[in-house]
Design a protein around this ligand. Structure first.
Ligand code: IMP
Length: 196
């Protein structure tokens, strides 16, 4: 079974390839030599994941999926949410984004936050959504050098390490993206079995 992943992010592509069942061949936008950015103009994670998956399905007419993630902070009424990548501006700088969050939360006692991922899969024109979530807290300062995005300021619940202090393997035990992906894989494996 071939599955198009509507992403050209090499890190994500590798992460997803490493966990897909062996009977599924992943084709990314890099494999398709597609270098344009697919517009993400919706105001929800689900809306953006659907836009990207629908674009890929309409373009290549094959089973495909996409993902969209964001950080939701209680004290900031769920922000940055769907705007996580560009919270401090369209230059999408991770440090600027974290600095903005830390300054907005300087006097906040409520540090609760969560990362969410929505994966949208389209097979035979049918749309399926899978969600993953990890709860945690926003630290008062950055810690750790690994990972990306908001990893240095996010500590998953019950841990005394930020995501930026965890190897990819450790992070995958909590990762919102991995949790959504596991749900999609279970679904794809079921479909794959029924067509064998
Ligand atoms: P994307 O939809 O996966 O590209 O995620 C959008 C933005 O959310 C990223 O640019 C990051 O700022 C943030 N983000 C998503 N997942 C993570 C994560 O696992 N760690 C840190 N930041 C993340």
């Amino acid at each position: 079974m071939e599955l198009i992943f509507a992403s050209s992010n090499p890190g994500k592509i590798e992460e997803i390839k490493s966990v897909l069942p062996s009977g599924v061949k992943l084709i990314s936008l890099l494999d398709l030599n597609f270098i344009e950015e697919i517009p993400e103009t919706a105001n929800t994670l689900k809306g953006n994941a659907l836009l990207k998956a629908q674009f890929a399905y309409d373009t290549w007419n094959k089973p495909c999926f996409s993902d969209d993630s964001g950080l939701e902070i209680n004290f900031l009424d769920g922000k940055p949410g769907v705007y996580s990548a560009r919270y401090a501006g369209i230059h999408k700088d991770n440090n600027d984004n974290m600095d903005l969050v830390l300054s907005q939360m300087e006097h906040a006692d409520d540090r609760a936050a969560c990362f969410k991922t929505v994966i949208t899969l389209i097979t035979d024109g049918e749309v399926h959504h899978f969600e993953g979530r990890v709860d945690g807290i926003i630290r008062r300062n950055k810690k750790g050098l690994l990972g990306f995005g908001y990893d240095p300021i996010f500590e998953p619940e019950g841990q005394d390490k930020t995501f930026a202090e965890m190897t990819l393997n450790e992070k995958s035990k909590f990762s919102h993206r991995k949790r959504a992906l596991d749900k999609m894989i279970a679904f794809v494996e079921q479909q794959f079995k029924s067509v064998q």
